[in-house]
Ligand binder design. Structure first.
Ligand code: SF4
Length: 742
């Protein structure tokens, strides 16, 4: 059965959320033929086919295998040949099918006809849409008044986006990277290496983690979870030990062998405290430091002088005896590794890489290496929040904000600031398949194909040091009035004329094909294959052999697309040490001593809260914000199953919850399941209380869930948004709140 949607089908919509512009319930059923499929699958011989594609729910780029019945996608599983996922997917990947059938998908281009946010739109043709965008860009480009915000990604398609907006003199910004790229500046400052750091979790024997959500959503989540499984249970060596330093009793903290509750801004002090013990007791790998040509005298002196065990204990709440044990445990094991969350503050990232250097963890199994390549052109490191704050301050009637698969209103900043930024824009244009919260404030909607309908080519963040390119053709044919993003940019460039008309390829396929040719010409690597064949290829490459999987560039490209990607398993190891030696050794950043003076934060006691005398107890609790692993900050919150899996208490699905230590809760008359009001000087929200044994006393941890008024039908069901509590000018980690039962 062929699924076709014609104009008349769309006129029959009963459930469109933005009248006539979105798929709606009826359209969703037409697209899925869900009822018909359900009725016929059991009884008739539907034609079953499979297609490879790439998950786009995060930058990890896991390969997926799409099961199609009569051309309609009915199931998404992991691609068993993908070296990242090896047939597995996380919950977000499994739920990506829901995005394809999202009733809030846009069916074609439209322009705003009412006031912003009124949801009054007129469908327009693609010619008019492109002409409108081109004329606004022509006016804004000379003044540099364009901001282009995109989901974090790397690869030839991202390069086209960068190229187009650079030619238009736009400022480029990306949503919060989930990848090790964020740790890159600290890694580069210490080692001089230009690639991202790669952590060999699988072969480590002892991991000290500073807030890294290892079993939740760290770096390349499926890869990490597979590695964690082997770290814990390997036939050839003892079970790996995990110590988690975290301000909240996260899922990783629960799975760890030991959890140390330490306030986020104090974790770098603890890391330097451990370094200080290693140096005082002369337990560091001095021969490696000498081999690398490193002079660490100044750094050692600063750490040993200021980060005395007593001072560190005072500042972090971690007893001296524990501090000494943490340091000694690290060196009692052959392959210790220290890791941090991808969005760790710079001081913590500096401390974590310094610890790895002292432990001799660079370029050894179970340590830190450097990713061999990064295909993205050098990027302006401006974050989405900075770009939008700038727009709020300097935006004008000619300013243009372009959004690619990114919602400005979901950025990790106070929503009021974001709305002000959007108000200052002359034109907001959204390149997204979905009607999300920012789309409904936009002026021009240019809906793009969904991932299942698109060409892909992206560089997965290198978790294992191997080079990879995840790529695929469309798994299903586009059936709505959407367009390929690259084609939209190409036509816009042509309409603008001048320099910008030249460089952009005509389509995503035209951008992907040269990349496949480039790989063919490298004469190494292989299309995604089984792990046995990948290992075989590694052995061959070590011996100086390469057996091509095809005889021509065309055949090779076809094989890579059918497999879902290309991998060169060999190149990675041993690049970091030479980079450090070339640079003349490690450049340690001496830590500032000033942060030690503040003492233990009043509102962050240790879990031994019984020891806190009532007179010392503050009526204010420290606010800890965390992002549940199933929340997607880049895409659209259009997957209801993810809202069911947030991890909240069983009795409160679809609600934001707040975690409290039982004794802290008792002090405020709060029981499990009570609805509580949480107030800061900026605002207040309601949440359901969840009592967590051993949670730090005097803190309240609140989930960040994108409960946005215009965020699609599912997001609207979530009522509280923790960002309403964030105070302008106050560090997020330092916000104090009051809690009262409602
Ligand atoms: S880790 Fe990322 S790319 Fe992989 S399945 Fe999950 S969401 Fe998709």
């Amino acid at each position: 059965m062929t699924v076709t949607l014609n104009r008349r089908d769309f006129l029959t919509y009963g459930g469109a959320t933005i009248a006539g512009l979105t798929l709606g319930e009826t359209g969703r059923r037409l697209l899925a033929r869900a009822d018909a499929q359900a009725a016929t699958l059991e009884t008739t011989n539907g034609v079953e086919t499979f297609a490879t594609s790439v998950c786009r729910e995060c930058p990890a780029g896991c390969g997926v295998r799409v099961r199609l019945m009569d051309g309609a996608p009915v199931k998404i599983d992991g691609n068993p040949n993908c070296p990242i996922a090896r047939g597995r997917l996380c919950a977000k990947g499994q739920a990506s099918l829901e995005a394809y059938f999202d009733p809030d998908r846009l069916v074609g281009p439209a322009k705003r006809v009412g006031r912003r946010g009124e949801d009054r739109w007129a469908p327009i043709g693609w010619d008019e849409a492109i002409a409108t965008l081109a004329s606004h860009l022509r006016a804004a480009a000379p003044a540099g008044a364009i901001v282009a915000l995109a989901a974090d990604e790397s690869g030839p398609l991202d390069a086209v986006w960068t190229q187009f907006w650079t030619a238009a003199h736009a400022r480029l910004a990306w949503t919060v990277p989930a990848t090790a790229e964020r740790l890159g500046p600290a890694f580069h400052a210490l080692t001089g290496a230009t690639g991202d750091p790669a952590f060999d979790l699988e072969r480590a024997t002892h991991v000290l983690s500073f807030g890294a959500p290892v079993v939740e959503d760290w770096l390349s989540p499926v890869w990490t979870q597979r590695s964690f499984g082997r770290f814990r249970r390997s036939a050839s060596r003892p079970r790996g030990r995990l110590v988690q330093v975290d301000q909240r009793r996260s899922l990783t903290a629960r799975k760890a062998d030991e959890w140390l509750p330490v306030a986020a801004e104090r974790q770098s002090i603890l890391a330097y405290g451990i370094a200080s013990v290693l140096l005082r007791e002369d337990r560091i790998d001095r021969r490696q430091l000498a081999d690398l040509g490193t002079d660490s005298t100044q750094f050692e002196s600063a750490v040993v002088t200021h980060y005395t065990p007593d001072a560190v204990a005072m500042a972090t709440g971690v007893p001296v005896v524990t501090l000494l044990r943490l340091a000694r445990d690290l060196v009692a094991t052959p392959q210790p590794l220290v890791v941090a969350n991808a969005d760790a503050p710079r001081t913590l990232a500096d401390a974590v890489f310094a610890l790895n250097a002292l432990l001799g963890a660079f370029d050894r199994p179970g340590g830190v290496s450097v990713a061999p390549w990064r295909r993205a052109p050098s990027r302006d490191p401006m974050s989405a929040t900075t770009a939008l704050a700038d727009l709020a301050a300097h935006g004008s009637a000619t300013s243009v904000l372009a959004l690619r698969d990114a919602s400005a209103l979901r950025a990790l900043a106070a929503p009021a600031d974001m709305e002000r930024a959007l108000e200052r824009c002359g034109l907001i244009v959204s390149f997204s398949p979905y009607a999300d919260e920012t789309t409904t404030l936009a002026d021009l909607l240019l809906p793009t194909h969904t991932p299942l309908e698109s060409w892909h080519a992206l560089v997965p963040p290198t978790a294992d040091g191997a080079e990879k390119l995840a790529c695929a053709r469309p798994a299903v044919a586009p059936r709505l009035g959407t367009r390929d993003l690259v084609a939209i940019l190409h036509r816009t460039g042509a309409a603008m004329g001048g320099d910008i008309a030249e460089p952009t390829p005509e389509s995503a396929e035209a951008a992907v094909r040269p990349e496949l040719d480039r790989i063919w010409n490298l004469r190494r690597g292989t299309p995604y294959t089984t792990s046995f064949e990948t290992n075989w290829m590694r052995q061959l490459e070590r011996g100086g052999w390469w057996v091509p999987p095809a005889t021509t560039s065309e055949d090779f490209g076809r094989a890579v697309l059918e497999a879902g990607g290309w991998v060169d398993p060999y190149v990675a190891t041993g690049l970091l040490r030479p980079a450090i030696v070339r640079r003349g050794g490690l450049t340690f950043v001496a830590p500032a001593a000033g942060e030690l003076d503040a003492g233990l934060p009043e509102t962050f006691a240790t879990s031994r809260d019984e020891a806190v005398a009532p007179a010392q107890v503050s009526p204010t609790l420290r606010l800890v914000t965390f992002t549940p692993s199933t929340v997607n900050l880049a895409g659209s919150p259009n997957q209801p199953v993810l809202f069911e899996l947030l991890g909240q208490p069983d009795n409160a699905p679809w609600h934001v919850w707040a975690e409290l230590n039982p004794s802290t809760a008792k002090r405020f008359g709060i029981e499990a399941g009570t609805t509580i009001r949480i107030s800061s000087s900026a605002g207040s929200i309601e949440a359901v209380a969840s009592l967590v044994e051993h949670a730090p006393a005097n803190t309240v941890a609140v989930a960040y869930v994108p409960g946005l008024r215009r965020g699609g039908r599912w997001a609207r069901l979530v009522e509280a948004d923790v960002r309403r509590l964030w105070e302008p000018g106050t560090a997020r980690e330092a916000i104090g709140v009051r809690v009262t039962p409602v």
